[in-house]
Every structure is written in C-alpha cells, then in structure tokens.
Design a protein around this ligand. Sequence first.
Ligand code: NAD
Ligand code: IMJ
Length: 258
Amino acid sequence: MLDLTGKNALVTGIANNRSIAWGIAQQLHKAGANLGVTFLPDDKGRFEKKVGDLVEPLQPSIFVPCNVQDDDQIAGTFQAIADQWGKLDILIHCLAFAHKEDLTGDFSATGRDSFKTALEISSYSLPRLAQAAKPLMSEGGAILTLTYLGSVKVTPNYNVMGVAKAALESSVRYLAAELGPQNIRVNAISAGPIRTLASSAIGGILDMIRHVEATAPLGRTVTQTEVGNAAAFLCSDLASGITGQVIYVDAGYEIMGL
Ligand code: NAD
Ligand code: IMJ
C-alpha cells in the first residue's frame, strides 16, 4: 500500500491549479504526507496570496518564499524545515524557466546570459536544493524532479530548455550516486505535454498535444494527477530499489519511432 504517513514533503513549483506540482502535492497529501510548500515571491505578493489560497485545503505546515536564484531564500526555506520538522523525507523539484524569446527561433541565437539563466534556474537549482536537503534527510529520503523529452530528442522551440533538461537529468544521476550511501534516492519523471502556465505560454502547444494524442500508445496525453500518482510512488518505500532513473509518464509516446 502506498503510505506516506509520517513523511515530511517539501513541494516547489506550484503557481496555480494547473501546475504539475499541484497535482503532485495533492497525491502526496492523499497518501498521508505532511506538506511544506514554497512559492516564487513577486513584488506585489500576488503569488503568495494565490498559491496560499490554493494549498490551504492541504494544510501545509510550512509555507515560505523560495526563488531558487536567491541563496538567502533557499537558506530560509531549509531553516524553516530544520526548526519546524527537524527532518525532511521528500523533496519535489518542479520548476523551470527560460526567457520566452529563447523558446522560439534559432537555438544558435541563444545569448550568453539567457543560457546561464535557463541553466541556473532549471538545472543548477536541483543540486543546490539537494545540498541544502542532505543534512535534513538523516533517515534517508527521496528527491524527485520533472523533465521533458526535449532533453534527449529535438523538439520544436524547446531549444535552451532542452539543454537545461539534459543537464538536469545528468544531475539526477550524479546526485543519486552521491546520496545513495545515505539512502537518499534521486529520480526524474519525464512527463508528456500538459497544459499549464509554462506550456500554454508557448505557441503551438495545442498542436503538439494533438500530435502526442495521435501517436502515443494510450491515444492521449497525461494528466497532472497521473504524474502526481507516479511521483507519490517514486517517493514512497514501494520504490525503495529505484534511484538515478528518468521514468516516462507520457502515455507511452517516448517508445514510438514512426
Ligand atoms: P508551471 O508554470 O505551473 O510551473 C513552473 C514553476 O516554476 C512555477 O511555479 C514558477 O513559479 C516556478 N519558477 C520559475 N522560476 C523560478 C525561480 N527562479 N525560483 C523558484 N521557482 C521558479 O508549469 P509546469 O508545466 O507545471 O512545470 C513544472 C515542471 O514540469 C517544469 O520543470 C517543467 O519543465 C516540467 N514539465 C512540464 C511539462 C508540461 O507539458 N507542462 C512536461 C514535462 C515537464
Ligand atoms: C516549452 C517550449 C517549447 C516546446 C514545449 C514546451 N513543449 C512542451 C513545453 C512541447 C511540453 C513545456 N515544457 C516541457 C517546459 O519545460 C516549459 C518550460 C518553460 C516555459 C516558459 C514559458 C514562459 C516563459 N518562460 C518559460 N520557461 C520555461 O517566459
């Protein structure tokens, strides 16, 4: 039985009710986990209010700002966990960012600073958060990130995000090797295309989803709940033998050739 009772889980990357992180948070809660939630702060406090209202039914015992570009906010997040929980069991990394102009046109046109920003937020943040989580995962733990097929296959307009996801997936393997002796497992879910804030901002996403629906063995794409269920499994003791892996939750699309 999937049981996360008594486990403390920190979920990053909830922006609204379409976020994959929201699907994951709901399934972790359903399995009995005690939740902590981070939000990306903005000047007017809009995200704090929006995300705070959304997650209220899940009664997170920690709710803190965490922009992964800000070392003080990362320190504050893990200090709150140390103070209130004493230990962490599950870390969900569910965030990405590239400048919108870099998600269209020629990949070779990606600027130096744009490349750095995409890799800093979308890739470097995983080892950075893992480093902060490591001392708190004293009884072992599970770290999970979200990736996309564009890391290994060329996908129109994914461009610098594809490179960032390749670095992210490689980071999963290096972290799994480092943290395995401490019984901390590190995995990634490669999700099929889902309509969220991050994907809907991309031109042509609906056509891409239709292509997946026409090609995938299951004849459809996946939902946030399906990704959430796979996440709950990977973070549970049922997956105690799985680490360093990229698991496709994509209705089978990845296996198809022609
Ligand atoms: P989303 O827009 O709901 O989530 C992206 C999150 O990243 C937001 O909550 C945003 O606040 C956060 N974020 C951006 N910059 C940040 C920063 N500097 N510090 C902290 N947080 C920051 O979209 P989503 O589709 O749910 O994306 C979540 C993850 O899933 C991403 O890693 C994305 O690449 C991945 N993914 C999405 C799809 C898809 O089709 N939607 C498919 C595969 C993988
Ligand atoms: C993103 C770009 C191009 C093709 C894409 C995507 N496909 C899918 C996505 C086919 C599924 C969504 N995805 C997997 C992402 O990782 C998106 C990341 C992202 C999205 C935005 C949009 C708004 C913005 N910056 C972004 N940075 C990263 O300003």
